[in-house]
Ligand binder design. Structure first.
Ligand code: C2O
Ligand code: CU
Length: 480
């Protein structure tokens, strides 16, 4: 990944206090990199085994010299892991860095000690081998480090990758599914660089947008329809994606899986951690730009960290003269059984303000909530300051019951694990905490603006068997 010839200058626009606008300033000179599918093998116990090694590297990020980056099995970012519902997976995570890290499986339903949060730290040179059975719908999940207080830095240096789940019902749908051809991972991250071309990793918004680690990227489109798996893996920025000629696209899935039916729209907003699967239709010989637009004025996210006022060119889509036919988007996708608030055994309130949740900063030795296994709960989340926050819950995929008292819009109507909080609007979610209990090892809930998370905007919950009490979480990794 070392190649710094050419010396073309990326669209770098320093943040001056004004809104950033890179429209027409990005030269789209680089073919979009597509992360390789991770190799795997099936071991004697029938488990699909992956190897992930966090390591240091160097990457050409358009700075005229190599930029020091971190990656899994490479210089920057990581391979795409892929597994089917019902499969047992095992990942050997090797820490080749000079400091502790962890790997969290964002969006995955799994036992807490396999979750890869701050309690599953992996020391330098150590190997951590979580194993679990994939048992949730086909979805676009991702993985990234989650070390206590250091998540922003580790992610901004490049430790992140996609984790695609497949299932039988989805395999039978006529959706674009040829990875790298008409089914494209789109990992969007913003970066800023210092005078030496090195990444500024303080967790703020950046002025340069990377897709799959590529600066100024274009994608050659060869089919009439393309499925884009959009992942906002940025530390702080919220994007409002649309296409430069105003064409509409079809939303087919959100964080935790497909929607019951496709939804036609022209903008999709993703806060840090959120995903959306969209299908875009093309004609021959076109050039269209995937762009991030200022947030809707009727629902503004106006502060600097949200990036809500910026306009950013993200990815140019170039179509060839002959496009292979693609089937129409199916009218029905994946049914979603609605969780019933009448069955909730508990309602909890979470208020985010000043880098705290409910007036408390994260404490690894404190359990903030005890949930009983196989029960349903309603969580009401509100933010009380002028900063953008997104709320993420580990272990579960939840359903949004309401936003500011109103029913959720289409993009919040499916399975979700992360949701952007708007000013003065309580978001009510409902989740079922099934299958796994462990009184001693907590899951996290937190703001996914990574520097807020690192500063303490995070809490811990344990799932216990009925009647069981919470144990005492260890404050260090539970593996040697
Ligand atoms: Cu994407 Cu707790 O993390
Ligand atoms: Cu926040």
């Amino acid at each position: 990944a070392l190649c710094c010839g050419g010396g073309a200058v990326a669209a770098v626009v320093a943040w001056t206090g004004a809104d950033l606008d890179t429209t027409g300033k990005v030269d789209f000179r680089n073919a979009l990199a597509v992360p390789p599918l991770a190799e795997s093998r099936v071991d004697g116990e029938g488990r699909r085994v992956f190897d992930l090694r966090a390591q240091e590297g160097r990457t050409d990020l358009g700075q005229g010299r190599p930029t020091r980056t971190w990656g899994f099995n490479g210089d920057h970012l990581g391979p795409t892991l892929r597994a089917k519902r019902g499969e047992r997976v095992l990942v050997n995570v090797v820490n080749g860095l000079a400091e502790p890290t962890s790997v969290h499986w964002h969006g995955m339903h799994l036992p807490a000690r396999m979750d890869g949060g701050p309690h599953q730290e992996v020391r330098p040179g150590a190997t951590w081998s979580p194993t679990w059975t994939v048992d949730q719908p086909a979805a676009t999940l991702w993985y990234h480090p989650h070390p206590h207080g250091q998540t922003a830095r580790h992610v901004q240096r490049g430790l992140a990758g996609m984790f695609i789940l497949d299932d039988e019902p989805t395999r039978k749908l006529a959706l674009p599914h040829d990875y790298g051809t008409d089914d494209i991972p789109v990992i969007v991250q913003d970066r800023s660089f210092d005078g030496d071309g090195q990444i500024e990793d303080g967790g703020g918004t950046g002025d340069t947008v990377l897709v799959n680690g590529t600066v100024a990227p274009y994608l050659d489109v060869r089919t009439e329809r393309v499925r884009l798996r959009l992942l906002n893996a940025s530390a702080a920025r919220t994007y409002s994606f649309g296409l430069s000629d105003g064409r509409r696209f079809t939303l087919i899935g959100t964080d935790g899986g497909l929607l019951p039916a496709p939804h036609d729209m022209s903008r999709i907003r993703l806060s840090p951690g959120e995903r959306a699967e969209i299908i875009v239709a093309f004609r021959p010989d076109e050039r269209v730009t995937l762009r991030s637009y200022p947030a809707d004025l009727d629902n503004p996210v106006t502060d600097r960290f949200g990036g809500g006022r910026d306009t950013l060119d993200v990815l140019q889509l170039r179509t060839e003269s002959n496009l292979a036919p693609s089937p129409a988007v199916p009218a029905a996708l994946a049914p979603i059984e609605r969780l019933d608030p009448g069955e909730a055994v508990k309602t909890r309130e979470f208020t985010l303000s000043g880098r705290q949740i409910n007036g408390k900063k994260m404490d690894m030795s404190r359990i903030d909530a005890v949930v009983t296994k196989d029960t349903t709960e309603v969580w009401e989340i509100t933010k009380e300051d002028g900063t953008a926050h997104s709320f993420h819950v580990h272990d579960v995929q939840f359903q949004v019951l309401s936003v500011g008292g109103a029913p959720p819009p289409a993009e919040l109507s499916g399975w979700k694990d992360t949701v952007l909080l708007a000013p003065n609007e309580t978001v009510k979610i409902i989740a079922r905490f099934a299958d796994y209990a462990d009184p001693d090892v907590p899951y996290m809930y937190h703001c996914h603006v990574l520097k807020h998370e690192d500063a303490g905007m995070m809490g811990q919950f344990v799932v216990v068997e009925p009647g069981q009490k919470a144990g005492r979480p260890a404050t260090h990794g539970d593996h040697e």
